[in-house]
Design a protein. Structure first.
Length: 56
């Protein structure tokens, strides 16, 4: 069995969640997820951060 990394698991979660939002009437844009360090350099606890594609 192939090893699954964190980003692949996050993308599978997106694939699962998008139809739920769409059935509720929300338009979901194309989403890219990745694993990295928070903007504060890892100080404190973070569940996630959202960044505009213009920031990349």
């Amino acid at each position: 069995m192939a090893q699954v990394n964190r980003e692949q698991r996050l993308m599978k979660a997106v694939e699962h969640i998008v139809p739920i939002f769409e059935r509720a009437g929300y338009a979901v844009p194309v989403v890219k997820v990745s694993v990295g360090f928070p903007s504060t350099g890892g100080k404190g606890r973070h569940l996630g951060q959202c960044w505009s594609s213009k920031a990349a």
